[in-house]
Design a protein around this ligand. Structure first.
Ligand SMILES: NC(=O)c1ccc[n+]([C@@H]2O[C@H](COP(=O)([O-])OP(=O)(O)OC[C@H]3O[C@@H](n4cnc5c(N)ncnc54)[C@H](OP(=O)(O)O)[C@@H]3O)[C@@H](O)[C@H]2O)c1
Length: 255
């Protein structure tokens, strides 16, 4: 029997037009949620909506840039206007501009990553919490951080590491601030996942597979489904006493 932990609930997923975000959106829909899928580009979001509708689910695409305060608020308003509540939010939108050691890092790459990964999560969280704390049933929020932040570092990723460590810290701080108001906030920190973001420059998927086999304790990267499963757990009542945790899902890389 299919589980349906989110029947009658509304979930907002940012960065849901591709990769991990799309997998999370599909997983919520499969468990009964009405899903608002957000990102900057329309086409990939429409495709996620189509995939959800093909499986019998309900979804709405809303374009917006999470690093813009008005857009972050508009995503929440769209969810409430369409479905009446905002029960779950997943702040998954993020960017990675790797390669350069810190001394060669451009200010543009620094700002792009900090603006989206940190300010974007802050603005999204603020808008989501302001709505959820007014609801009798509160809400649950999951932020997507990364092991390349609070948990480990890799060469050529200083800005990304700083941004994702900030997401882990922001998650804990916000969780303490708002659990008393019925808003439960946690993070998932993936290691390498099967999306283009984890490919090194010039690397093919087969190359990545060989690298993972040789270097990761589990012998492979994580699937998007495995990240979605962790997110759904934290957003569900199964995790009703889990507050401010940062759940690592990384094939054992930081074990
Ligand atoms: N893949 C990995 O190995 C890995 C590992 C650890 C953590 N992560 C994290 O997991 C998340 C998803 O990564 P992914 O691999 O699925 O990459 P992805 O396919 O590039 O997904 C990122 C999504 O975020 C959206 N986005 C980017 N900037 C945005 C903004 N300013 N406002 C709204 N949406 C924005 C993008 O859509 P638009 O361009 O249309 O806006 C895109 O759909 C990211 O936060 C990433 O840092 C990934």
């Amino acid at each position: 029997m299919t589980s349906s932990r989110f029947t009658g609930r509304t979930a907002l997923v940012t960065g849901a037009g591709s990769g991990i975000g799309r997998a999370i959106a599909l997983a919520f829909a499969d468990e009964g949620a009405r899903v608002v899928v957000a990102g900057r580009r329309r086409e990939p979001l429409d495709e996620t909506v189509r995939l959800i509708e093909d499986r019998g689910g309900k979804a709405l695409a809303v374009t917006g840039d999470v690093s813009d305060a008005a857009d972050a608020q508009a995503l929440v308003d769209a969810a409430v206007d369409a479905f009446g509540t905002l029960d779950v939010a997943v702040n998954n939108a993020g960017v990675f501009r790797g390669g350069a050691p810190l001394a060669d890092l451009s200010e543009a790459d620094w700002h792009t990553q900090l603006d989206t990964n940190v300010t974007g999560v802050f603005l999204a969280l603020r808008a989501q919490i302001r709505r959820m704390r007014t609801q009798p049933t509160g809400g649950a929020i999951v932020n997507i951080a990364s092991t390349f932040g609070a948990h480990t570092r890799v060469p050529g990723a200083a800005a990304y590491a700083a941004s994702k460590a900030a997401v882990s810290a922001l998650t804990r701080a916000a969780a303490r601030d708002h659990i008393g108001e019925g808003v439960r906030i946690n993070a998932v920190s993936p290691g390498a996942v099967e999306t283009p973001m984890s490919l090194r420059p010039g690397e093919t998927e087969a190359d990545r597979e060989a690298r993972a086999k040789a270097t990761l304790p589990l012998g492979r990267v994580s699937t998007t489904h495995e990240i979605a499963a962790a997110v759904l757990y934290l957003a569900s009542t199964d995790a009703s006493s889990v507050v401010g945790t940062d759940l690592v899902v990384d094939s054992g890389a930081t074990a």
